[in-house]
Each structure stands twice: as C-alpha cells, then as structure tokens.
Design a protein. Sequence first.
Length: 175
Amino acid sequence: MDRPSARPSRAPVYVILFGFAVAITLVLVALRGFSAPAPTIERAGTPDAPRDVTVILRDYLFQPTPLGLVPTETVRFTILNGGLEPHEFVLGDEAVQRAWAQADAAATPPIPFATAPPASVAPDVGGLRVLVRSGEQATVEYRVPSAGELQLVCHLPGHVEQGMIGRIEWRRVGE
Ligand SMILES: [Cu+2]
C-alpha cells in the first residue's frame, strides 16, 4: 500500500536559500567594486596635454576616492554633479580648506529663502574651488603641487557632517 509522504516538499526553502545566496553575492560584488584598486596612471599630465580626470559629486561623497594625483602634473578635471544637491569641489591644503569652510559658512543665509552672497576667499589662498549645481558639470585645469597634504572637501553647510570628504593619494606614473 502506498503511503503518501508525510514530509512536505522542501522546494520552497531551497528557492528562498538560493535567493539569499544570490543577494549576498550581489552585495559582495558591489562592495568589491567600491574598494577596487585605483587604475594605473599611464602618464602624468602636462600643461600642453593635461591628463583628463573625471570626478563625480554625489549626495554626499566624491567618486572616485581615493583620487590619485601625480606631483606637479597638470590635470583637466571634469566635475559632474550627479546628486540632487549643489556640491562643491575644494581641492587644496588645510589652509585652503579652512578658508572655504569659513567663506561658505559666512555666505549661508541666516534665514530661509534669503539669497546668499557668493562665497569668496582672499585671492592668495590658492587651491581649487568649483561649485556645481545638480545635474551640471564643470571643466577646469589644475596644476598639482609638488608635495603637501592635499584634501578634497565639500564645505556646503552640513555636507562634511554627512561624509563629503574625498581622499587624495599621491601616485607615480605606472602605478
Ligand atoms: Cu556637497
């Protein structure tokens, strides 16, 4: 006499486990993508032939990070704002960062809907500062200094607190 199997089928459990495995694999692949080593810099930029570097501003981070630069090279940055907020690209040493942090804080209207005066710093501050609205882009050439501690920061109010600090890495050609 045939007895119907008392055990319910396990098939749905396997389907769910398989789904979890796929999801975990996708997450791992995504994480690897974020921490993938930066591509080799094949040549340093020169004033006649700057090296093209694209940086994407997002809510609230810089891509790529770290950003590799070769001392004294000339780069042509294409800075795209792929976020919904305006963002700022301030590249320079600590003095540059401090100057723009103060300027942006001073330019922030104390009451909502007031028009902010444009932020500015003394002309000898140096560094590079580009403000880019959502969906827009800017192209700018920049002569990289020979040494020093370069930082990449967005000083618009609240953005540093949300992590909008990029990392600059000194690189050599072929690395
Ligand atoms: Cu920002």
